[in-house]
Design a protein around this ligand. Structure first.
Ligand code: AMP
Ligand code: GLY
Length: 431
């Protein structure tokens, strides 16, 4: 098989790494890829949002399966385009991907099918005064969300009404998020720990990947600005079997059924972002793809061949396929460029990758890297994701940080508490 992976981050490096292990793989291409990916796949210099060029490349190179990493091409309809041209592709259609592409759509969908989520109202730009009045009526904290894709930055958790009104202003009047902010969701703040569950769905049936916990804020202790994600671990101890059953019955199954009833059959990875409240798990977001950096901890725990799983899904035969998960723990720590998620510098030479490459049970997934002559240099905010596997979460955290400490570049930054929440939970359970 010839496989094309679309995207250029750590998630795509993990996908390429996992696909490489599949039998019958003749060649993997990755568009546009990064320095790390180039050792496993042929890099194709086409951007992830250039759908026409990707289609032309896939036809000319007789690609058997395309795997889409990021959300933009999915919401823009790459699956529709490829399927129309008779090509196999993993991911939801544009209408199904609206679960991520429009938070207004997702919230109304959740309400219609009585799937647990935060109380909310939605407002268009012409309903600004109603939105302000609503903010004044409801208790704080208040969460204000831009409707469309905003690279994880379109959500404001506001402690005061003034902050909420200001966030509304940045969306409606200052147009900080462009068209993505022409509609907003204003919702109740949910108290509880966050976790993510990933379902690989064929429209009717699904299999679960290991649950994971991301670390979205830039600083230790979940302080500072939101980022794309500074580290993750899997499985998440908070997601007990009992909770997972509840998530399947009350959230994933009704979502698949509802989407089919809406004429938006959901095929691909459904990423369910949850807050585990006192009254049970509630949806805070859906994503129409695998998470980044969650993929870097989830895929190393999957024993099953990913390609046959994806082919079964495309052919609507997921019922027959089982998924085997390795009974281990995985942790990934992101090494970022100093300054991220604000301005940062690039083109810094990276040292220590050779030392880490000989470590057992450690894999470095590249996110923002490139080759300059024969040197690997930084090329983005999130630069590397160092992943380790181990028998316990504690051992795995330790192994991950031993590897992280060997890698250096000018102004490198990483969080030092990835996985701590899971560890605390395990300690509480065992007492
Ligand atoms: P989202 O992009 O919707 O996942 O939101 C980004 C982050 O904002 C989440 O990871 C949560 O930490 C936080 N958040 C979003 N919605 C809520 C909510 N209703 N209650 C509490 N925190 C939230
Ligand atoms: N790690 C969060 C996301 O992929 O959206």
């Amino acid at each position: 098989m010839k496989v094309l992976v679309i995207g250029s981050g750590g998630r795509e490096h993990a996908l390429v790494w996992k696909i490489r292990q599949s039998p019958n793989i003749e060649k993997i291409f990755c568009a546009p890829g990064n320095a790390g990916i180039s050792s496993l796949a042929e890099i194709v210099p086409i951007k992830a949002d250039d759908l026409d060029a990707l289609l032309k490349f896939s036809i000319e190179n007789k690609i058997d399966l395309t795997v889409v990493g990021p959300e933009q091409p999915l919401t823009a309809g790459i699956v529709d385009l490829f399927e129309k041209n008779g090509l196999k592709i993993f991911g939801p259609t544009a209408r199904a991907a609206e679960l991520e592409g429009s938070k207004v759509f997702a919230k109304h969908f959740l309400k219609k099918y009585q799937i647990p989520t935060a109380e909310f109202r939605t407002f268009t730009i012409s309903e600004q005064y109603d939105a302000q009045r609503y903010i004044n009526e409801i208790p704080t904290p208040i969460v204000v969300k831009a409707d469309g894709l905003a690279a994880g930055k379109g959500v404001a958790v506001c402690e005061t009404k003034e902050d909420a009104l200001e966030s509304l202003d940045t969306m409606f009047n200052q147009k900080l998020f462009g068209d993505a902010g022409r509609q907003v969701v204003i919702e109740e703040y949910l108290e509880g720990e966050e976790a993510s569950v990933f379902a690989i769905c064929d429209g009717k049936n699904f299999v679960l990947l290991p649950s994971a916990q991301d670390h979205k804020r830039i600083f230790d202790g979940d302080k500072g600005k939101n980022t794309g994600g500074m580290g993750a671990y899997a499985p998440a101890p908070i997601m007990t079997d009992e909770l997972l059953t509840e998530v399947c019955d009350k959230i994933i199954s009704p979502t698949l059924k509802g989407m089919t009833l809406e004429g938006r059959e959901y095929k691909g990875c459904l990423y369910v972002g949850l807050i585990i409240t006192q009254t049970g798990p509630k949806v805070i977001e859906f994503n129409c793809r695998l998470g980044d950096p969650e993929t870097q901890v989830v895929l190393p725990l999957v024993e099953t061949d990913l390609i046959s799983l994806m082919i079964d899904l495309i052919e609507g035969k997921l019922e027959q396929s089982k998924i085997n998960i390795i009974n281990k723990s995985a942790v990934t720590v992101i090494i970022a460029s100093g300054g991220y998620p604000d301005d940062y510098q690039t083109d810094k030479p990276i040292f220590g990758l050779d030392q880490v490459s000989v470590m057992k049970n450690v894999i470095v997934f590249h996110a923002g890297t490139k080759y300059t002559k024969d040197k690997i240099v930084t090329a983005g905010g999130r630069v590397l994701g160092v992943t380790a596997l181990g028998n316990t979460l504690e051992e795995t955290i330790d192994r991950t940080y031993r590897a992280v400490e060997k890698i250096t570049f000018d102004s490198a930054y990483y969080r030092s508490d990835i996985g701590k929440k899971g560890l605390d939970r395990l300690k509480n359970i065992s007492f």
